[in-house]
Design a protein around this ligand. Structure first.
Ligand SMILES: [Zn+2]
Length: 294
């Protein structure tokens, strides 16, 4: 049960977004800056994402007529301009995902601002506009992040987890929507096996690992909610896993009661309802705390 289900366009039961975080090898460079340049295994594991995974994913989206969202660290955009061009060329959205996947909670507010605005400049230069949306590396948004998003006119964040469906975050400085992710439909727990950055998950079989995301979808569909995959091209864009996703998508997209859209379109739809006074969005007031709790 969802207390305040959002009326979706054309009577759809569920709004759906596959979001791909195209981190590539930014992960190893931010984790091991001294010697990452000569660690060829994690570099290649990451490079697979924009060079092999993304073209495969885009081909499926073209075949099924889907427009979706990608989040990219700006460093990755600069390093892999062909991937950026291909994603934009097919009409998908690219959101802000830090400069080189720096964790906002591991750096000062001043450092966060520098990295955030540097990344913003890359987005404007390469995509021709400011991004509408943001996802914090490792979901680690803090209050400084939310303030920066509001200051720069972002429409939504997609890092925080206070509801099943999109909600509004309000601060003294303004507001923005939250398109909430959750680990339940994130491909990191079933598939990330990456000792160099501290993750050694027992790798699941493709169908078993993806089953978690698909069960999350079934519950969202039944409740008339919102489903979002938080996936990585170097994990779920691998051959066997994407084959499972493709079969699933073919079945789901044939059901006309799902609405697959980029997050910016879903946020814009909700904002339209709110502005028209036809939907009361749940609001979370931030900051939650302004000093240590104990
Ligand atoms: Zn990431």
């Amino acid at each position: 049960m969802i207390r305040n289900p959002i009326p979706w366009p054309n009577g759809a039961r569920c709004a759906c977004a596959i979001t791909f975080d195209v981190d590539a090898d930014s992960l190893i460079h931010i984790a091991r800056p001294k010697d990452s340049f000569d660690r060829l295994y994690p570099i290649t594991m990451g490079r697979y994402g924009p060079t092999v995974g993304v073209p495969r994913i885009l081909q499926t989206y073209r075949r099924l007529g889907l427009k979706q969202s990608f989040f990219m660290p700006a460093w990755t955009m600069q390093r892999y301009p062909d991937a950026v061009e291909a994603i934009l060329g097919d009409g998908h959205e690219i959101g802000h995902h830090g400069y080189i996947h720096e964790d906002p909670t591991e750096i000062s507010s001043a450092e966060q601002r520098v990295a955030f605005e540097r990344a913003l400049g890359v987005h404007v230069a390469m995509t021709g506009r400011k991004p509408r949306g943001y996802r914090a590396p490792v979901y680690n948004a803090n209050q400084t992040t939310i303030d920066l998003l509001i200051e720069h006119g972002f429409v939504y964040d997609s890092s925080l987890m206070a509801d099943d469906i999109p909600y509004l975050m309000r601060t003294a400085r303004g507001s923005l929507y939250e398109m909430p992710p959750h680990w339940g439909s994130d491909d990191w727990p079933p598939f990330a096996h990456y000792a160099e950055i501290g993750y050694m998950m027992p790798v699941k079989a493709p169908s078993e690992g993806l089953a978690a995301s698909f069960e999350e979808f079934e519950a969202a569909y039944e409740a008339g909610g919102f489903w979002m995959g938080i996936w990585h091209p170097f994990l779920t864009g691998r051959l066997a896993r994407w084959r499972v996703v493709e079969r699933w998508l073919e079945r789901i997209v044939a059901d006309d009661k799902v609405w697959f859209a980029p997050l910016e379109d879903i946020a814009a739809h909700i904002d339209g309802l709110v502005k028209a006074g036809t939907y009361q969005v749940r609001t979370e007031t931030l900051p939650y705390f302004t000093q240590p709790v104990s």
